[in-house]
Design a protein around this ligand. Structure first.
Ligand SMILES: [Cu+2]
Length: 111
């Protein structure tokens, strides 16, 4: 492979990575965390769709779920941060916050 071909291959790879990053940001739903309440607090989505968790508060949250097949933990999320999570298993998902036990979000993942 010539040097020129290597440069072109690298540019193609960079574009592919940029598109993948854009795809990760394009979530199907948005759930805010505002005044220690999930907004909305119920969501119905289809298998494979993703939900963007956005911290609209002025303090940290730590959103997680232990529901079978859809368990996740996005860790400490600073004010203004956004984290997208995909749901791949049909069923009910109870989402909680490790810092604020009263916060509850119910997701229905349909086939
Ligand atoms: Cu919280």
């Amino acid at each position: 492979m010539s040097f020129r071909h290597k440069v072109i291959a690298g540019a193609v790879l960079a574009n592919a990575l940029a598109l993948a990053a854009l795809g990760a940001l394009a979530a199907d739903f948005r759930v805010g965390q505002k005044d220690q309440v999930f907004t909305p607090d119920t969501v119905t989505l289809s298998v494979g769709q993703s939900l963007n968790f956005v911290n609209d508060d002025d303090w940290d949250h730590n959103v997680y779920s232990e529901s079978s097949g859809n368990a996740f933990d996005i860790g400490l999320q600073a004010p203004g941060a956004e984290t997208s999570v995909a749901f791949d298993t049909p069923g009910q998902v109870l989402v909680l916050c490790r810092i604020h036990p009263k916060m509850k979000l119910e997701i229905t993942v349909s086939e």
